[in-house]
Design a protein around this ligand. Sequence first.
Ligand code: URA
Length: 244
Amino acid sequence: MQERLQKILAKAGIASRREAENIISSGRVAVNGVTVSEMGVKADAGKDRITVDGAEIRLETNKVYIMLYKPAGYMTTLKDPEGRPIVTELLKDIKERVYPVGRLDFNTEGLLLLTNDGEWANRLAHPRHEVDKEYHVRLQGKVSAEQLRHLAEGVELDDGMTAPGYVKRLRESEKNAWISITIHEGRYRQVRRMCEAVNLNVVRLKRSRYGFLELGKLMPGEYRMLTPSEVERLLMFKKGIPGR
Ligand code: URA
């Protein structure tokens, strides 16, 4: 089937359609060995050899959508130059080449989606989509009402103010406090930086919810396929379920 190159690149998870246009216009894409830098050119991903920076792209036909309970100590990348464990090593019986939707830090655990559907991943990861993400945070020591209010209203980070979120106290022991933070932004190390900004020391960080999806009975390292209705509902899901 003939399709525009930017659509093929998006489907292959290379970039969003807009970014794909930039990649094409900068001369990084070739079809059957001929560089294409103008917009509107069509190709057939099933027949033509399409390369980006010389590497051939592959379109998966069988789309898979996975929810993984990422354990701490895994990289959310497809390769790690330092040889640390990567999340796809946990997907023992998945033969499709899937990649993570967004990221969790090496030391962060919890709900991570993976797919080989580039368009779905790009739509979910787009800032406009604003899916709520809930994190459970174990803190060293106690947390004051003032610190919780500050986190909920938004804190100043070096890349700007965070949007207001939903914060609640879960429990407390002699040494630790557990809180839940629900945000819809997804900036680099956002929850850790928000806590640092109000002088809170994060001991453990877990993403417990992504939109309406929760980990349920999954244990660290376990995963399950999303149902077709979950796949569809996630695209429609916007922020709005307050942190429950
Ligand atoms: N916030 C963080 O600080 N780390 C993550 O992995 C996710 C959100």
